[in-house]
Write a protein that binds this ligand. Structure first.
Ligand code: SF4
Length: 714
């Protein structure tokens, strides 16, 4: 009996374009005659969260969370004060946000995307919406680039709790209400769930648990994370009882096909390569077989994925020129674990043939190479073929810093359509580059950056501070490197080192002078905390990188682009503006237009600006916000305060009883003179003094945007 395969890509992942995992598997299975359906639940979850209806549905959860915090006897400096502030802002701006969220999504999917100011505003609206979703599921944290549940400590018992936590896991309801009915409709024989990154782990296991409980079909988990965690996963028998039937490690195409064939014919699974499964009371791990030859891998198949629903106005398709990394030695990296340290490039001919086929099929001209690094030799082959075929495509890609990226090759890349190149430079200090085993020095990096920029290609560098053994001086050298080379670095990410599972540093901590705090054989952590015996700590590295970013991002010639765009926007922007603004120099904030300084008079009539409201809080939130800003480590005790809140701008200010009384009298055709007279009589104070007070206070509130003219007579 032929089985239908349903491939699911769980949240959370960036929503700008599809991930390549499912289209690669779907292409292989379909080309072997297997009926395959693929569903991107990541984009589905954004479609659910970023709607007016969904956001409004969070009202009661936010209200009850706020009541809980507002009635506490004290708020700790961390994290309770931050949470209190976040919940108040989220609940108080909820309806405003809900009214604007769908338009923000439309900005990403339409031509307004190419107005950087408008795009930036839309992105902020989406970020605020995701923060609101997070707060409603506190302490879960959902952002455009990540998802985490801070309670996760790498223990299977914690996974058990988080995957059944209806209130705290934002994906639970989405899976239950939207995904399970879909799966029922599809009636698959096999469900494959791909886990490509850490941010998917809890959502993927939540999904796996739900489908395993509700359907009688074979559930198999695969992807980079499964390969990385396989040793530990196999120690948890319950995983195979409640979450899945099997795990597939390493590359999945051939093993998944073999699994389907065995299940169809009710044969034993013992010969399915790369499979780990539960059989006869114990977990069995089958032999690993060599990966499918590159010639046997068809072009990715995106049929069934909603290409118009990603957050981009023009679809961008991910593609691979190779599998694995040809360098494979960087001490902090675990990328090659899922390729068994093998590197297999496609031929230039095959790469370009696939690109042309995808262009014909989907009408797409933008492609993002997802390779960790396209080798110079492959790049030469691909670019010369693209130029020969006179294609009109645009690309982004990662490359490794190599002297072979000469001026001539970079120029050829530009002619062939490469517009953005991401480089894992990591450090601007040769000593640290040596510790990391990067295999190049900063002079080579400068040369490659210059060649790219001179050829008209945008270079984006990934840099981090705090590699084990890196000193304060080393870190400063990197910051100076970024500063001194601003003319040949278009943009960069500056972060801090994290100790990833599977990396050489993690496997040989003694060689890198670190002590890992927690590492059990059965733990499922993806990153570890550690203590270095020398050099800066991870918290110091994070602090330095934040401080340096704050300064550098302002002084860079491209600072406006860094402010307004994310690195994922660069390909489409550079393509869109290539004939009018190829280096995006025209992107700038519109000069701030200060509101005409019309002074109020006693005859002015005012009202609160749309949406602005007054309320009384049990804690002095404006003061708490000051604490948070200045990192003051002091608890807050109840101290009721009256505030004005502006939901559109998400800002708050305290108001005293006199101002509050004055605001009570606004509206109903009253001028400031009439209000002052009433207050003067009520409190028996000379009218002139009250008039002066009212004018001053109301002017200030109007200038801050909390009040607006009631009639155009101010
Ligand atoms: S960091 Fe990049 S270049 Fe280095 S081993 Fe990993 S994938 Fe390869």
């Amino acid at each position: 009996m032929n089985m239908k395969v349903l491939l699911l890509f769980p949240p959370q992942w960036v929503p700008y374009y599809p991930h390549l995992a499912l289209p690669s598997l779907a292409a292989f299975l379909r080309s072997n005659g297997v009926e395959t359906v693929q569903k991107d639940l990541n984009v589905g979850s954004y479609n659910q969260f970023l709607t007016r209806k969904y956001l409004r549905s969070l009202k009661s959860a936010l209200d009850s969370k706020f009541d809980e915090f507002n009635s506490k006897p004290r708020l700790s400096a961390s994290p309770e004060q931050q949470v209190y502030s976040d919940i108040f802002i989220a609940k108080s701006s909820l309806y405003h946000l809900a009214d604007n969220i769908e338009d923000a999504v439309k900005v990403f999917r339409g031509r307004r995307y190419y107005n950087a100011e408008t795009l930036n505003t839309a992105r902020k609206t989406i970020e605020n919406a995701l923060t609101t979703v997070s707060i409603a599921h506190y302490p879960a944290r959902l952002e455009l680039m990540s998802f985490s549940m801070p309670e996760y400590d790498g223990k299977f018992e914690t996974i058990e709790k988080l995957t059944s936590n209806i209130q705290g896991n934002p994906y639970f309801e989405y899976f239950e209400k939207n995904v399970l009915p879909y799966v029922r409709e599809q009636a698959p024989g096999v469900i494959g769930i791909s886990i490509a990154g850490e941010s998917q782990l809890i959502p993927a296991l939540t999904l796996a648990r739900l489908v395993k409980k509700n359907f009688d079909c074979h559930v198999v988990l695969g992807g980079y994370v499964v390969t990385l965690l396989a040793d530990s996963l196999t120690r948890h028998r319950k995983l195979f009882e409640e979450y899945c039937d099997s795990l597939l490690v390493l590359e999945g195409e051939r093993p998944l096909l073999e699994l389907v064939r065995r299940l169809e014919s009710h044969q034993s699974l013992e010969s399915v390569p790369n499979l780990i499964y539960f059989d006869d009371g114990s977990v069995r791990a089958n032999q690993v077989s060599p990966p499918e030859p590159m010639e046997g891998l068809p072009a990715p198949d995106f049929d069934g994925l909603p290409l118009q629903e990603y957050l981009a106005p023009d679809p961008v398709l991910p593609v691979l020129a190779s599998r694995g990394c040809y360098w494979g030695r960087c001490a902090f990296c675990s990328h090659n674990v899922s390729y068994e340290n093998k590197y297999r490039p496609h031929s230039g001919e095959k790469i370009v043939a696939d690109l042309e086929a995808l262009h014909r099929k989907y009408g797409v001209k933008h492609f993002a190479f997802s390779d960790e690094a396209i080798a110079p030799k492959v790049m030469r082959e691909v670019t010369s073929r693209l130029i020969e075929d006179k294609t009109d495509f645009r690309f982004s890609t990662n490359i490794r810093i190599e002297p072979q990226f000469t001026p001539a090759l970079c120029e050829t890349m530009h002619i062939a359509g490469f517009r953005v190149v991401y480089l894992g430079q990591e450090s601007g200090c040769d000593r640290v580059l040596g510790l990391m085993k990067k295999g190049f020095n900063k002079d080579t990096a400068i040369e490659v950056c210059r060649n790219l920029v001179n050829a008209g290609i945008w270079d984006h560098l990934y840099i981090f501070l705090g590699f084990p053994g890196e000193s304060e001086n080393d870190a400063q050298e990197t910051i100076t490197f970024l500063s001194e080379n601003a003319s040949i670095i278009r943009s960069f990410n500056l972060g801090s080192f994290s100790l990833g599972r599977g990396s050489e540093v993690m496997r040989m901590p003694g060689d890198y002078g670190i002590k890992i705090s927690q590492a059990r054989l059965d733990d499922l952590a993806m990153v570890y905390s550690y203590a270095p015996s020398s050099g800066i700590s991870s918290s110091r590295a994070a602090e330095l990188s934040r401080e340096a970013w704050a300064i550098l991002s302002k002084e860079y010639p491209t600072s406006r682009v860094l402010d307004l765009l994310s690195k994922e926007d660069l390909l489409l922007y550079l393509s869109h503006f290539e004939s009018t603004d190829p280096a995006l120099t025209k992107i700038k904030r519109s000069p701030t237009v200060s509101a005409p300084g019309v002074e109020l008079t006693l005859d002015s009539q005012l009202k609160t600006s749309p949406g602005v409201f007054r309320t009384t809080l049990n804690f002095d939130l404006p003061d708490i916000m000051k604490n948070l800003l200045l990192n003051w480590e002091r608890d807050a005790v109840p101290s009721p305060v009256r505030v004005l809140f502006d939901p559109e701008n998400r800002k708050i200010r305290p108001i005293g009883p006199n101002v509050s009384e004055m605001l009570d009298l606004l509206g109903r055709g009253r001028t400031i003179r009439m209000i002052a007279r009433q207050l003067s009589q009520r409190h028996n104070i000379p009218e002139a003094a009250v008039e002066a007070f009212c004018l001053d206070a109301l002017n200030q509130l109007k200038n801050e945007g909390y009040l607006a003219a009631d009639k155009a007579i101010i």
